[in-house]
Design a protein around this ligand. Structure first.
Ligand code: URA
Length: 435
């Protein structure tokens, strides 16, 4: 087998065999295939596409390039959840304790933030003392003891994806359905759960701008997961504006806690209840997603989900008192208010711009090596549909570096569009696939 023939085959629009795909993934992961040939093949794939069978084979080869986590020592149906990424998306930290409180074992691996989207692991680390790196034995033990653990994804899970993603990032080959599907699903399949709920975001702050593109991605991921023997559901949700009112690591943890107390913002609460309901249904503790939702609502009302969140923090070395006392979180030294320049309705609040502003304030990384300011972020006092008056504060930017905050404020200001006419409301969940 040789790479030149494979590149030519894909360039001419032909399908690659399982053996060829395996040869490419193994050779590239081992460093035997050079970047220039891998890049040429990626571009041929980007332009010609992959069949469903090729996507499945690519996903499987990438999954097998590293560790496949064995969760068989954990009792019950393990349910995982994955979001394709967005701004202000702290749902994992809300629905994982809810589902665990309802008897679903959650053994989850999450990522760090890169670019303008945040990551669950960074958010968790804003709780003083909280560890996000556990051994496989500790991870399994904790799930058997308290029903919930979330840790950072190790470098040994789908290393082929790590290498390929870095190459795609610098060769303009990220935005391809087959490549995105195999990238996400190889990591999810390697993570070992029995059922996977996907939250595919669409809108200005998401990978997929349109609902149709997001639905195509959701459908393909559901098909590939099912072919691999997993229970799969995908939800297409809105990411035109940030989710909730807080963006930034420590701020988002505080909002997750408020939501677990029943005081969360409407959009975040609604999405969390829908997702938690589906997880409880996939884990076979409810007859239907609606039944699951009722159980999720009860876990908020009776305090069970909040108690579970406290147990989770304590089990991973964090100070669980944060649940009662937000003063324990480190505080930002500076803040800047964004003031509205005219009267009217907010008709758009671009998620991407808020994400970039939050990153600029110090909440995100420009490179993987950057350290982040856990206190940095944005509080959105006004969102789409709200009426605002000239001179009113619409958002507050927090962080420890005043100069960065000034740059962030200039970006955040441009995120708001104010008009005389109110626009129609956009539902938070646009579509469900696989139910
Ligand atoms: N997220 C991933 O993990 N991979 C992609 O290709 C796109 C988004």
């Amino acid at each position: 087998m040789n790479m030149i023939e494979m590149i030519a085959k894909k360039r001419d629009g032909l399908a690659l065999s399982g053996e060829e795909i395996r040869f490419f993934i193994e050779g590239y992961t081992d460093g035997k295939i050079p970047d220039y040939q891998a890049a040429a093949l990626l571009m041929a794939i980007y332009l010609r596409g992959l069949t469903e069978e090729e996507i499945f084979l690519l996903t499987k080869s990438m999954m097998l390039s590293g560790d496949v986590i064995d969760l068989s020592q954990i009792r019950g149906i393990k349910v995982d959840k994955h979001s394709t990424g967005g701004v202000g998306d702290k749902t994992t930290l809300i629905i994982a304790p809810i589902a665990a409180a309802c008897g679903i074992p959650i053994a989850k691996m999450s990522g760090r933030g890169l670019g303008f989207t945040g990551g669950t692991v960074d958010k968790m680390e804003s709780v003083p003392g909280m560890q996000t790196s556990l051994s496989a034995e500790q991870f399994v033990k904790q799930v058997n003891e308290i029903g919930l653990s979330v840790i950072g994804q190790t470098a040994h899970v789908a290393p082929a994806d790590k290498k390929l993603y870095a190459l795609r990032d610098v060769t303009a080959t990220v935005g391809n359905l087959g490549l995105i599907t195999s990238s996400i699903m190889s990591k999810k399949l390697a993570s070992g759960s029995d059922a996977i709920l996907l939250d595919v975001k669409c809108g200005s702050g998401a990978f997929m701008e349109t609902e149709a593109e997001a639905a195509d991605l959701g459908e393909m991921m559901v098909k590939i997961g099912r072919k691999a023997g997993k229970k799969m559901v995908a939800v297409i949700s809105d990411m035109n504006q940030p989710l909730g009112r807080m963006v930034g690591n420590s701020l988002e943890i505080q909002e997750a806690i408020e939501t677990l107390k029943g005081n969360g913002p409407e959009d975040l609460t609604e999405l969390s209840m829908i997702l938690a309901g589906i997880m409880i249904y996939l884990g076979e503790k409810a007859e239907s997603p609606e039944d699951g939702r009722r159980m999720a609502e009860l876990a908020i009302k009776d305090g069970g989900a909040l108690i579970k969140f406290g147990e989770f923090i304590a089990a991973q070395g964090g100070n669980a008192e944060v649940i009662k006392d937000f003063r324990i979180f480190p505080k930002a030294k500076h803040c800047i208010e964004i003031v509205c320049r005219k009267n009217g309705y907010i008709t758009a609040l671009y998620a991407q711009k808020i994400g970039l502003a939050s990153q600029c304030a110090g909440a995100g990384r420009l490179t993987k090596e950057d350290t982040i300011d856990l206190t940095a972020g944005i509080e959105l006092l006004k969102k789409r549909g709200d009426f605002v008056q000239k001179g009113e504060t619409v958002a507050v930017i927090y962080g420890n570096n005043r100069k960065k905050l000034e740059e962030a404020a200039a970006i955040a200001e441009k995120a708001y569009t104010v008009s005389r006419q109110k626009t129609e409301e956009i539902p938070i969940v646009r579509k469900m696939i696989g139910l």
